[in-house]
Design a protein around this ligand. Sequence first.
Ligand code: TYD
Length: 204
Amino acid sequence: MALITIEGVDGTGKTTLAHALADALGRRGQTVRCLREPGGVAVSEAIRALVKDPALVIGDRAEALLYAAARAQLVEERLLPALAAGETVILDRYIDSSLAYQGGGRGLGVGAVAAINAFAAGGLAPDRTLWLDLAPELAAARATARGEAPDRLEQAGEAFYARVRAAYAALAAAEPGRIIRIDAGQSPEAVLDAALTALADLTF
Ligand code: TYD
């Protein structure tokens, strides 16, 4: 049983790693569940569609609260039951995304965003967090190469992503035992190896 989260800006390979990791841990006999944020349960998927809609103008505080609401529902409806059943959960984004994007990127402050998320998640913290780090321009180029039209968040621009990355770096520096930085410029195989090394001391 463990809660493993994957973090980083869009285009760093979080989803690829989540699936590769699920396969690798599954082969080792663990029951693994992959979830993503915002989403994973019906209410949170509906909030996901709302926050990503390029046609909507959403204030920064409302945005932070919407992500927190999606998270609260996921924790209650899916995460806590899965962990209680002894599953290992691989979660594509969690509270650190809000700290980096809303706290850092939007400038709401990490402390304020941490406070609403402590309430939303009831204090449920990851056992380990894998931060896929890549220069924002390289990550943006990868996302564009996938042919994705920029969603509402991705329209925020370069300075925003520089602040998001700086916030992730500060979080990793503050919690070096939990947040492990992985160079996302490596091959997918090398990223998976680094992730398995980062999880090696976890007792599942
Ligand atoms: P993501 O699942 O990475 O979307 P994509 O399909 O583009 O890979 O996340 C959706 C967007 O929401 C992404 O731009 C990051 C943002 N986000 C936040 O700003 N705060 C949060 O707390 C979370 C979970 C995501």
